[in-house]
Design a binder for this molecule. Structure first.
Ligand SMILES: NC(=O)c1ccc[n+]([C@@H]2O[C@H](COP(=O)([O-])OP(=O)(O)OC[C@H]3O[C@@H](n4cnc5c(N)ncnc54)[C@H](OP(=O)(O)O)[C@@H]3O)[C@@H](O)[C@H]2O)c1
Length: 257
């Protein structure tokens, strides 16, 4: 058997949050190309409908579900709709998340908690909701999208950095809870050219980020999707509780102090 046969997702059903654009869209399309049926979710239904259309054009089944991952009822409705529409859930990608820089003298405790809720609690809760379905399906796989910001020591990122560091540790801890039937891993991207990064960083900063990266470029969404494909497929069947750093080799950020 060719080792390439391990990189396939035929018969699998993946739920991807934040799948309307950026990393989530690239991961959803990569999974479909590898044979998975995909439940695409984000708040903007038109965006996920468009991605679902691209997946159907690849010959796979797709559902488009509007879901704000910070809302408990909507998380439950997403999982219910996925099971009803697809019959099973085998994969979950907790991709929706993010936050801009913060001033720790100005960001309130409530705003800080909201960053944790968006990046950490949503992933915890969706994992909790999906695991019973993964067990029913005979096994499962969770991928959390954390960030290089979880380990970079830099000013202005006490909220986002702490939240992504918590998501990293959550990944390692839940992997212990749910092994051996379910594998849980994370990807820590460096700067990747998506709407989120373009909105946050002016062109001069993008240039500085590329220059600060040993591989001398900003990442593309498919750089992350390729890592997700490895973690989702049997190719990584002996990997759980780990974080893959996909960042062009960058070990620091260039956000101005
Ligand atoms: N791009 C980077 O450089 C980079 C680096 C490290 C880590 N990351 C992480 O990668 C993930 C994806 O980022 P991205 O750059 O791909 O962002 P993006 O291009 O802005 O896409 C974000 C996606 O998430 C959805 N979304 C936003 N808020 C949501 C919510 N409350 N509930 C559900 N979906 C929501 C958006 O659609 P709606 O607005 O319609 O909901 C969109 O589909 C994030 O967790 C981010 O922290 C990104």
């Amino acid at each position: 058997m060719s080792i390439l046969e391990n990189f396939n997702l035929h018969g699998q059903v993946a739920v991807v949050t934040g799948a309307g654009r950026g990393l989530g869209r690239a991961i959803a399309l990569a999974f479909a190309q590898a044979g998975a049926d995909v439940v695409c979710s984000a708040r903007t239904l038109a965006d996920v409908e468009a991605v679902a259309g691209e997946i159907r054009a690849l010959g796979r089944r797709a559902l488009a579900i509007s879901c704000d991952v910070t809302d408990a009822d909507q998380r439950q409705a997403l999982v219910d709709a996925a099971v009803e529409g697809m019959g099973r859930i085998t994969h979950l990608v907790n991709n929706a998340g993010g936050a801009g820089p913060n001033d720790p003298l100005k960001m309130s405790a409530e705003e800080f908690a909201a960053v944790l809720s968006f990046n950490v609690t949503s992933a915890y809760s969706l994992t909790q909701l999906c695991v019973p379905h993964m067990r029913s399906a005979g096994g499962g796989n969770v991928i959390n999208i954390t960030s290089g910001a979880a380990r970079y020591i830099q000013p202005h990122f006490s909220a986002y950095g702490a939240a992504k560091a918590a998501l990293t540790q959550l990944t390692k801890l839940l992997a212990q809870d749910f092994a051996p039937l379910i594998r849980i891993n994370a990807i820590a991207p460096g700067p990747v050219l998506t709407t989120a990064l373009k909105n946050a960083a002016p062109d001069a900063m993008l240039t500085a980020m590329a220059e600060n990266t040993p591989l001398k470029r900003i990442g593309q969404p498919d750089d992350i999707a390729a890592a997700a494909l490895y973690l989702a497929t049997p190719a990584s069947s002996w990997v759980t509780g780990k974080v893959i750093e996909v960042d062009g080799g960058a070990e620091s950020s260039v956000w101005p102090g």
